[in-house]
Design a protein around this ligand. Structure first.
Ligand code: 0X9
Ligand code: CA
Ligand code: ZN
Length: 399
């Protein structure tokens, strides 16, 4: 009797095992199929963008933008001084260097005990490597204001629905009221400011911003600076970092087009690595800090890009890039990919930050055009990326 029971039980176990294996197998197959579809969808996005982006970059000269929509360098400078004066306990403003046209490279620090270098995780946020990519500094100016204003605010029922902080900026409709991210948490802002040190350079290329150009405005004297006369103006700062910079001369067929040694090209990499005042300033800053994560904002493409930009080989920390990147994906709904799959570059900020400094950096390509003309688009993108920046700070805390 007992024996029979055992055999029935045993048979049931076998059937159950078969069923379970079948189910799990099916799940695995279907999830890997959907992952494959997601991947090939991403490839489509990148393939479509690639040609258009490269053409756009080469034909860009000066892009005029409607006045009043974006801050000018001077307006931003005045605003940052005001904010730092009025919130001096949590915000400081320093210049990490000056440009060829003698504009300051403003660096905002947000943290409690802001004048002290505490042992808190450090995050770096940068905008406007390219002067014609205006939303890239606008989202950071918005973030700075959001942080200092909410730091001292009571928890508030922002949408007046009777509950407080029920829908944080995470890209989801947490309270299922049909609205997304409409009641962010003031406590969350306080926690991030108290537990991290956030460094923000909203306008890394102010000369380019003022001229409306991708490159900075320093004069060139031929590709290597050997010529007496001025041959052209400007270096693409996102090709001037000293990581694999020389590969252009070894493998020109791999990189020419999206990186260039001709000084009149819009992707000109400069006379030598770190030939520019801007890249030298950030190198010095990074060398004297312990940055954990960096976001560098650009336009456009709705992409989240992680190293490498110079090779298709996966980075050693690919898993980390993907898992943190998926967190960003959830908030802004952009597509996450390795940089090179947009196109290959040499000397971009992220390859250097990761390759030389061990920092976890992402390039965020905002929006669907260089400089949208609709203020509502800029506002929405700014709010979403407050969420992204907060998430990155919280991630830095748990690294
Ligand atoms: O080309 C760039 O510097 C960035 N794109 S942009 O259109 N804003 O100019 C992308 C840099 C990311 N790195 C690679 N794609 N390798
Ligand atoms: Ca602090
Ligand atoms: Zn850019």
């Amino acid at each position: 009797m007992l024996f029979e029971l055992y055999t029935i039980w045993g048979q049931n176990m076998k059937i159950t095992t078969v069923v379970i294996t079948f189910l799990v197998g099916g799940l695995l197959i279907s999830s890997s199929i959907s992952a494959m579809i997601a991947e090939s969808h991403k490839e489509d996005i990148l393939n479509e963008l690639r040609e258009k982006r490269l053409q756009d970059i080469e034909k860009e000269i000066s892009v005029p933008t409607p006045t009043g929509l974006y801050h000018t360098y001077q307006e931003m400078t005045d605003l940052l001084h005001d904010l730092a004066d009025n919130h001096s306990d949590i915000m400081s403003l320093t210049s990490i260097g000056t440009t060829y046209e003698e504009r300051d490279l403003w660096m905002v620090k947000l943290s409690d005990n802001v004048e002290e270098d505490e042992s808190e995780p450090e995050v770096l946020l940068m905008g406007a490597h390219h002067g014609n990519e205006k939303p890239s500094f606008e989202v950071l100016i918005y973030f700075i204001q959001h942080m200092v204003i909410n730091y001292t605010k009571e928890n508030t029922d922002d949408d007046g629905d009777g509950s407080v902080n029920e829908d944080p900026i995470d890209g989801e409709d947490n309270d299922e009221d049909g609205l997304t991210d409409e009641d962010p948490s003031e406590d969350r802002v306080r926690e991030v400011i108290n537990n991290t040190e956030i460094f923000i350079i909203p306008m890394f290329n102010p000369d380019g911003v003022e001229a409306g150009t991708r490159k900075n405005c320093a004069p060139n004297h031929g590709p290597f600076g050997f010529k007496g006369e001025i041959t052209s103006y400007g270096v693409d700062l996102n090709r001037n970092y000293g990581y694999r910079w020389f590969f252009l001369f070894i493998f020109p067929e791999l990189y020419l087009g999206s990186t260039h040694y001709n000084d009149n090209s819009n992707v000109y990499h400069g006379e030598r690595p770190f030939s520019e005042a801007e890249t030298r300033a950030i190198r010095q800053f990074v060398n004297s800090h312990q940055i954990e994560i960096c976001l560098t904002y650009h336009t456009y493409g709705e992409l989240i890009l992680y190293p490498w930009g110079y090779t298709k080989l996966p980075a050693l920390h690919k898993q980390k890039f993907v898992s943190i990147g998926e967190g960003i994906e959830k908030i802004n709904k952009y597509a996450l990919a390795q940089s090179i799959f947009l196109y290959p570059t040499l000397g971009d900020a992220c390859d250097w930050l990761y390759g030389r400094k061990g920092i976890i950096p992402y390039t965020i390509e905002l929006g669907t055009s260089h400089a949208p003309g609709d203020p509502e688009v800029i506002r929405e993108m700014s709010i979403t990326h407050v969420g992204v920046n907060l998430y990155i700070c919280e991630t830095a805390e748990s690294l």
